[in-house]
Each structure stands twice: as structure tokens, then as C-alpha cells.
Design a protein around this ligand. Structure first.
Ligand SMILES: Cc1ncc(COP(=O)(O)O)c(C=O)c1O
Length: 336
């Protein structure tokens, strides 16, 4: 059998030897007491990059998003969220189970961007004795389930100012915001300025083993520390993990463009191989293949014949996520 090129997800990336080295050497302390210098350095660096006052290192993107929901909303409130945002579709119902929130799903433009007209129609101001008050708009950039698509800056700016006029908070799940940044050239600080809170992940395309940061004002981060503790996410000598994240921030961001090139190559290759599939040109590192019929059988066939391991979002949609541990040269050799 061919060597496996595992493209089920970019979370499969493993720390490089250099990253492991800086992790092993990291200066650490008890991060609960705010005494881990490497965690503090990471949090300061991330806050600075996004032009916010503070950041909080947490174990996962899910925890970061869930803390944000609890910061902005109380149980019984409503949150605007597209049906296939990670927060709603892939966080085990935590939005309802832990935060006690009611999702309100707006109409979308291009399949992933909330339409302002629809938000206007669905918005409920606090004070109603009937409907839950809308407290938050949650967005995701890049948008995972639509195939790593990028929100255009103009629309984000409109959504952000719409939220500000309504007094609504706005959160970004930016697990892969790095990809939108390198592809669109939009500075991270410009993205930062549009949101009250942002969550970013180091453990996906950036290649660190663990960790995310929630980015916000000092006041929000102060409360976020309590919520992290309540969720069991307070860590101790987490500087070892933060060192990996810092290494990724300093060294891996520009390399993400190569993952986009790989995705583009792979999309063309798969289009030629599977004429029955609808394969959109990827905007970042994710290739989606849509079929009229179940394509589950193809997963094993692609693995056996080409060593290509994809995943299924549902029986008719397969996904390949390009990342730093599979090279363009390996993809170019797929047919050999
Ligand atoms: C868009 C998005 N948000 C949040 C998460 C959650 O991150 P984690 O797996 O670290 O909880 C993921 C995970 O893949 C994701 O793709």
C-alpha cells in the first residue's frame, strides 16, 4: 500500500523538531497564579497582534468559543449563528447545554455570510416578555464547513457596525483566521478591531500540538479566567504548550500560503480524477467534494489506490484539508 497522505484535518499536524526543542526549553511557572512567563508572553503577543488589551490561553478552540458565548450572554438569551458554524454544528451542543442559549439562524449570502436584512428582521431587543433577547452575533472566518471560505472585509465591516448600532456583541471564531489573513492580506489588527472577542487556534494549520487564545478587553479576560476555571480549563505549567504556539506564530504563518497552493493543486487533480464530483476552487486550505450519491465507498478506494486519506462531512460530501505535514511534491506525485 502507498504511504498515507492524511488530509482528514489540519489538526493532524505534529510539532516539528524545532518546535519540540523550544517547548522543551520553555521557562514555566504556575499559570493559575499568572506566573508562567511563557504563557504571559504568548498572551501579550496575541493581544498585541490583534490590537486588543488582553488574551487568555485556553486548551481548545471549543473552550475559547464557549467562554465567549458565556461572556456576552446569559442563559435564555439568543445568539445569531449560521447553522453550520462550528459553534453550533460541532461543539456537542455546548451552546445550549453549557451556556443555555437559543441559536437564531439568519439567512445567508453565498452560503455562509449572514445577511444584514435577515439580522434586522430577526433581531429582538432586550425587554420582550415573549422572545429571547438577541445578545450576540457569532461569525467564523475562515468558514470550515463551507470549505475554508473567507469573509470579505467590506461585509465584516458592515456586520460589525450593524452590531454596534444595535448594542449587540460580536464574536469571531477565528480558528483559521490566519489563513484569511495571509490570503486576503488583511492585517490581524484590522480583523481585531471589528470584534469584541476573537478566538484563534494554534493547533490546526499552525502546527502547534495544543491551544487557543481568546482575545478581548481586560474586563472580559478577567471574567474569562473565572469561566475557564469553571470549565476545568485552567492549566499549570502550560508554558511548554505556549512555547509551541509562540514558535508557530513567529515561523509558520507565512507558510500557510503553501497550504492554499496545495489545496488548489489537489482540487484540480481530484476534479480530473472524479468528474462526477462538484469540486469548488478552494479559497484557502480546504477542498470540498460534493456528490449526487453517497461517496463513502470512495474514501477507501482513494486510500488504497493513492494513499490519500480524506474524511466525510456527510455521505455526499468529502473533505481534504491541506496542511504543513503533507508537501506539494507529495501531492504532485499522487498519480505516480
Ligand atoms: C472553525 C473551528 N472552530 C473551533 C474549533 C474547535 O477547536 P478545538 O478542536 O481545539 O476544540 C474547530 C476545530 O476543528 C474549528 O474548525
Amino acid at each position: 500500500m502507498k504511504p498515507i497522505l492524511d488530509l482528514r484535518s489540519d489538526t493532524l499536524t505534529r510539532p516539528s523538531p524545532q518546535m519540540r526543542e523550544v517547548m522543551a526549553r520553555a521557562v514555566v511557572g504556575d499559570s493559575f497564579y499568572d506566573e508562567d512567563p511563557t504563557v504571559r508572553e504568548l498572551e501579550q503577543r496575541v493581544a498585541e497582534l490583534f490590537g486588543h488589551e488582553a488574551a487568555l490561553f485556553v486548551p481548545s478552540g471549543t473552550m475559547s468559543n464557549q467562554i465567549a458565548l458565556q461572556l456576552h450572554c446569559a442563559p435564555g438569551d439568543a445568539v445569531f449563528c449560521a447553522a453550520d458554524n462550528h459553534i453550533l454544528r460541532a461543539e456537542t451542543g455546548a451552546l445550549a447545554a453549557l451556556a443555555g442559549l437559543q441559536p437564531v439562524v439568519p439567512e445567508l449570502i453565498d452560503g455562509f455570510k449572514p445577511s444584514i436584512n435577515s439580522l434586522d428582521e430577526l433581531y429582538v431587543a432586550p425587554g420582550s416578555f415573549v422572545a429571547p433577547a438577541t445578545k450576540l452575533l457569532a461569525l467564523e472566518n475562515t468558514h470550515l464547513f463551507s470549505g475554508g471560505r473567507i469573509h470579505d472585509l467590506g461585509h465584516l465591516q458592515q456586520l460589525s457596525s450593524w452590531c454596534r448600532t444595535k448594542g449587540l456583541a460580536i464574536h469571531l471564531d477565528g480558528a483559521r483566521l490566519w489563513h484569511a489573513h495571509v490570503e486576503s492580506g488583511t492585517p490581524l489588527s484590522v480583523y481585531g478591531g471589528l470584534f469584541d472577542t476573537l478566538s484563534v487556534c494554534f493547533s490546526k494549520g499552525l502546527g502547534a500540538p495544543v491551544g487557543s487564545c481568546l482575545i478581548a478587553s481586560q474586563q472580559h479576560i478577567h471574567r474569562a479566567k473565572l469561566l475557564r476555571k469553571r470549565l476545568g480549563g485552567t492549566m499549570r505549567q502550560a508554558g511548554i504548550l505556549a512555547a509551541g504556539a509562540l514558535w508557530a506564530l513567529e515561523n509558520h504563518i507565512p507558510e500557510l500560503k503553501q497550504d492554499h497552493r496545495k489545496a488548489s493543486f489537489l482540487a484540480s487533480w481530484l476534479k480530473a480524477l472524479l468528474p462526477q464530483a462538484e469540486v469548488a476552487n478552494p479559497e484557502t486550505n480546504i477542498v470540498l467534494l460534493k456528490f449526487q450519491e453517497s461517496a463513502i465507498g470512495l474514501l477507501e478506494e482513494l486510500k488504497q489506490k493513492y494513499g490519500l486519506q480524506l474524511s466525510a462531512l456527510n455521505p455526499k460530501t468529502l473533505r481534504a484539508v491541506c496542511h504543513r505535514d503533507v508537501s506539494l511534491a507529495q501531492l504532485e506525485n499522487l498519480g505516480q
